[in-house]
Design a protein around this ligand. Structure first.
Ligand SMILES: Nc1ncnc2c1ncn2[C@@H]1O[C@H](COP(=O)(O)OP(=O)(O)OP(=O)(O)O)[C@@H](O)[C@H]1O
Ligand SMILES: [Mg+2]
Length: 274
């Protein structure tokens, strides 16, 4: 029997997969989503979103695409791993996801085909084409330059490609080396970790979503405080620690997780890292 069933839960509350249903809409995440949505609708071009490891970038990509699901004029394309070695490889991937068939296999032909497609779809067919690139820190300087070229495709009123680049903060020095790139972003945002109150809200939100319905908190305030201090408010770490705490609680037949329980776990992790 899975541990979560013992708590009367229907699903696993602290799974580490980027499931939109288990996404706690913190004020910071809410701001990013709202601003990206507006910028897409206004066709403003480049959105640059940074965030440390495990702050929710990949999940945000999914939620954003999902929120437009019923609007067929918005065409989302997501590149989850942009570690293309050459510009041609990156272009080939774009040609493939836009389902284009350029006349010749050259960089120039591919660029022309993409520009033509963006113009046709965006102007003649009134579609909005959105490219989301996750793991942007894996992009080479050369391919960042290519993104800048794609952003040059525009009409008098708007950009033809809406680009969302999500990346760990280590990309910042590299994007700064691409001339005018950062200046072109209509929105730049760094997702910060959660504060203590938000950490508590995330934990409770996930438990509730998983079906937890006992009248009281499963984690004591002392436990939440320690979880916050140890994880520094990084959502992935919060999830992993809470998962371990629930597993321990089941093994020890406990229905309340308190400070000393978390302390013990943290001690074990520290020990195993030593
Ligand atoms: N706001 C949130 N509410 C609930 N869970 C969250 C939230 N943000 C992130 N998580 C959880 O944290 C984990 C990491 O999220 P995600 O993979 O989206 O982060 P990331 O920023 O893309 O990480 P990486 O930099 O390693 O690619 C996932 O399990 C996700 O469900
Ligand atoms: Mg990610």
């Amino acid at each position: 029997m899975s541990y979560y069933k013992l708590f009367g839960l229907e699903k696993e509350p602290f799974s580490t997969s980027p499931d939109p249903n288990f996404f706690y809409n913190s004020p910071s995440h809410k701001t990013v989503l709202k601003r990206m949505e507006i910028n897409i609708r206004l066709k403003r071009g480049l959105n640059l979103i940074f965030g440390d490891v495990g702050t929710g970038k990949t999940t945000l990509c999914r939620i954003l695409a999902q929120s437009f699901e019923k609007e067929h004029n918005f065409m989302f394309h997501i590149i989850l791993d942009p570690s293309f070695k050459t510009e041609f490889q990156f272009l080939s991937q774009l040609v493939k996801i836009f389902k284009l068939e350029p006349d010749f296999n050259s960089t120039l032909d591919y660029k022309e085909a993409i520009e033509k497609y963006l113009f046709k779809a965006g102007v003649e067919e009134n579609k909005t084409i959105i490219l989301i690139i996750d793991e942007g820190q894996k992009m080479s300087l050369e391919n960042l330059e290519l993104l800048r070229t794609l952003l040059n495709y525009e009409t008098n009123e708007h950009k033809l490609l809406q680009l969302i680049l999500m990346a760990q903060v280590e990309l910042i020095p590299r994007v700064n080396r691409v001339r005018n790139f950062v200046d072109r972003a209509c929105f730049k945002y760094t997702i910060n970790p959660l504060d203590e109150k938000e950490t508590k809200e995330l934990i409770e939100f996930r438990l509730k979503t998983a079906g937890y319905s006992a009248g009281r908190s499963l984690f004591s305030d002392g436990a939440v405080k320690l979880i916050y201090e140890y994880t520094m408010g990084y959502p992935r770490r919060i999830g992993m620690l809470c998962h371990d705490a629930l597993t321990e609680a089941v093994m020890n037949e406990k229905t309340l997780i308190d400070g000393p329980d978390i302390e013990k776990l943290i001690g074990e992790v520290k020990f195993s890292l030593a």
